[in-house]
Design a protein around this ligand. Structure first.
Ligand code: NAP
Length: 309
């Protein structure tokens, strides 16, 4: 039976950075990714906020360079979806659709994905008008119209942040009251660049290449309206902030979770010795590529220390 020093679950920036550090530390490392590497960042058409990224770097190209760098240090790869884990022994067992894997330590870097708005045309227009990250994509909508979906703290705070870029920012909320904290609401209600579309959902996003129009529906009256991009802009932005879906269902009942996220200390240790978590799956405030990569590096170095002892 092959026993790895460390198995990393997830091939996004956190997992790839963990792989890089584990590989360089000469740990026998396996990185398991169920799909393609990259996680959420591959839906970003241009990354400008990762230190050292190239000009006009896409998420796909940044991840390809991260993958190359990680594999250079001898990290083994498996493409498999882990469906169950047993962390009770010194050797941790991971069961996948294709096989079973064993390791003395595990780094969980499975990520969290934004909940989709759930309307027609959304998937096709991600990165072409539709986004889930104001920090990543806000500046692509300089002096354009921006719509923000959601009524929680994130939606309202991000809407305020997006007023730095957009000509006007409209919050589209399915009810007639915000869920966001009163203090956050007050600031937004006072902001002259913020407008509201209450009791409203987006039912369709349309565009050939770029987002050009959308159909919205008033849930109280049933009335549908199509909103077109101003002719001079050709497009507009739609940002979805209706919660995140942490990829942690396989760890339920195995490891401590808080609302689906994994709490860790600064050393990325979970409540189970030898099991670490890194990146967006952790309980944390800031979910960015740079913070995910930092988590991955810390987790791998701490896994090395754990194995030494
Ligand atoms: P959230 O509080 O769960 O709010 C999600 C929002 O999206 C709600 O307004 C909800 O509408 C709406 N929504 C959910 N599903 C939808 C759907 N399918 N279609 C349309 N709208 C939908 O999520 P969050 O704003 O991301 O915040 C997550 C947690 O982080 C919260 O505990 C929040 O307090 C915290 N947070 C705190 C701060 C801060 O303190 N500064 C900042 C950001 C986040 P309904 O209201 O109708 O349910």
């Amino acid at each position: 039976m092959q026993i790895y020093d460390v198995i990393i679950i997830g091939g996004g920036p956190a997992g790839l950075a963990a792989g890089l550090y584990a590989g360089r530390a000469r740990m026998k490392t396996l990185l398991i990714e169920k799909d393609k590497d990259g996680g959420q960042i591959v839906i970003t058409s241009e990354v400008e906020n990762y230190p050292g990224c190239m000009e006009e770097e896409s998420g796909v190209s940044l991840v390809a360079r991260m993958t190359h760098q990680t594999e250079k240090f001898g990290v083994e790869r498996a493409q498999d979806a882990i469906t169950a884990v047993d962390f009770s022994g010194d050797v941790k067992v991971l069961k996948g659709k294709k096989g079973e894997y064993h390791a003395r330590s595990v780094i969980i870097a499975t990520g969290a994905f934004p909940r989709p708005i759930g309307c027609e045309g959304e998937k096709e227009l991600i990165g072409k008008g539709v986004s889930y990250c104001a920090t990543c994509d806000g500046n692509f909508f300089e002096d354009m119209d921006i719509y923000v979906v959601g009524g929680g703290d994130t939606a309202v705070e991000e809407a305020m942040y997006l007023t730095k870029f957009g000509r006007k920012v409209t919050i589209v909320h399915r009810r007639d009251q915000l869920r966001a904290a009163k203090s956050i609401q007050e600031k937004a209600l006072k902001n002259p660049k913020i407008n509201f579309l209450w009791d409203t959902v987006i039912t369709k996003l349309k565009g050939d290449g770029l987002l050009e129009s959308m159909v919205i529906k008033n849930l109280k009256t049933g009335e549908e309206t199509e909103i077109h991009a101003p002719e001079e802009d050709g497009t507009f932005g739609v940002f979805g902030f209706i919660g995140f879906l942490p990829q942690s269902s396989i760890f339920e009942g195995v490891i401590n979770l808080e609302d689906g996220y994994i709490p860790t200390n600064e050393r990325m240790e979970t409540n189970i010795p030898g099991v670490f978590a890194a990146g967006d799956i952790r309980v944390k405030d800031i979910r960015q590529v740079v913070t995910a990569a930092a988590d991955g590096a810390i987790a791998a170095m701490m896994a090395e220390k754990y194995l030494e002892h």
